[in-house]
Design a protein around this ligand. Structure first.
Ligand code: FAD
Length: 303
């Protein structure tokens, strides 16, 4: 890998404002933990993403795609290579019952655009703090529905920079999983099929769901939402609560008192604190309930 040669060529592709060196990832993740990425890129067009990815292949440099970092932990040693953050590609537009959104658009912006045109179906996503790309990759869901229920197709890119389109069926969406994760694709854009509804009803459904979120979730502390996936036949939060682990600490990380399914950054936690707590919880629940808790949150970088 030759990061120095990569850097020289990179500056021909992306304007200097879109290139950050040794960028602390705690500034880009909702957990507020994580060491520096060698390079953080903020491309503004699919072409820039493609060029950056091709350049990575040419110089043997690792890269990782991110959206809003709301389901991501970067370890304290940081990431060797390039993190490509897509939040600058954020156009959203409606056409009849279809809503088209670029990968970096926030779900709340996309849901607001749907509301503007009285389109129903996206209410569930309005309070999830991620981007459209992150939500498609994770098949994000809340209060029943998930991305799988509304997506029509997505425009993707492979690791060689080729663009292609996949239908809902081809995306192999299942509980917090998709072909995007399995094949390391990059989501550039998604098109959702919604339905004409009533503006006031859509708005009050969004308000109701967001109120429920605020009541049940520790939104005043940094976190990545539900830390663990739902194990078949159980709820992670209930298992953790029943094991008496609410409030358990590891350094600055803690199990939320408000919602046991959330590990929170209570007091200047490091990634090590958070990951240590995740491991402790996994061990206790394995011993007590013989259930394996698998993290939902994605973990990258060096110790
Ligand atoms: C308070 C809180 C509440 C939450 N509530 C929910 C909830 O109700 N339901 C739910 O499902 N999730 C929830 N989450 C988790 C998170 O918001 C979702 O998983 C969200 O979809 C992640 O989007 P992101 O843009 O932040 O992705 P990131 O965290 O940046 O990335 C997550 C994963 O997606 C990949 N990725 C991101 N963008 C792309 C792209 N364009 N192309 C390819 N890969 C990509 C990354 O490589 C990574 O593997 C919550 C998180 C928080 C902090």
């Amino acid at each position: 890998m030759s990061l120095e040669n990569y850097k020289l060529e990179l500056e021909n592709i992306i304007a200097s404002e879109g290139i950050k060196y040794n960028e602390p990832m705690k500034n880009h993740t909702s957990f507020k933990v994580g060491g520096p990425a060698d390079i953080l890129l903020l491309p503004e067009t699919p072409k820039q993403i493609g060029d950056a990815v091709k350049l990575c292949a040419k110089h043997g440099v690792n890269f990782y795609i991110m959206g809003n970092g709301s389901n991501l932990i970067v370890r304290d040693g940081g990431y060797r290579g390039v993190i490509i953050k897509l939040t600058s590609l954020d156009n959203v537009s409606a056409d009849g019952e279809y809503l088209k959104a670029e990968a970096g658009a926030s779900l709340s912006t996309a849901a607001k655009e749907a509301l503007k045109y009285s389109l129903t179906g996206m209410e569930f996503a309005s309070g999830i703090p991620g981007t459209v790309g992150g939500a498609v990759t994770m098949n994000a869901g809340a209060y029943g529905p998930e991305i799988k229920d509304i997506i029509e197709y997505a425009i993707l890119m492979d690791m060689d920079g080729n663009q292609f389109k996949l239908s809902k069926e081809e995306m192999d969406l299942s509980y917090r999983s998709s072909i995007v994760q399995k094949n390391n694709y990059i989501v550039l854009e998604a098109v959702f099929k919604l339905e004409k509804g009533d503006y006031d009803e859509i708005e009050s459904r969004m308000d109701e769901l967001n109120k429920r979120r605020a009541e049940k979730q520790p939104l005043n502390y940094p976190s990545a939402g539900s830390t663990f996936k739902r194990p078949i036949g159980y709820y992670a939060g209930k298992l953790i609560e029943d094991a008496g682990l609410k409030g358990m600490r590891n350094g600055g990380a803690s199990i939320s008192e408000k919602h046991a399914g959330f590990v929170i950054n209570k007091d200047n936690a490091t990634a090590r604190d958070v990951l240590g707590l995740i491991s402790k919880v996994q061990k206790i629940i394995k011993e007590k309930n013989a259930v394996t808790l698998e993290p939902e949150v994605r973990i990258i970088g060096e110790e």
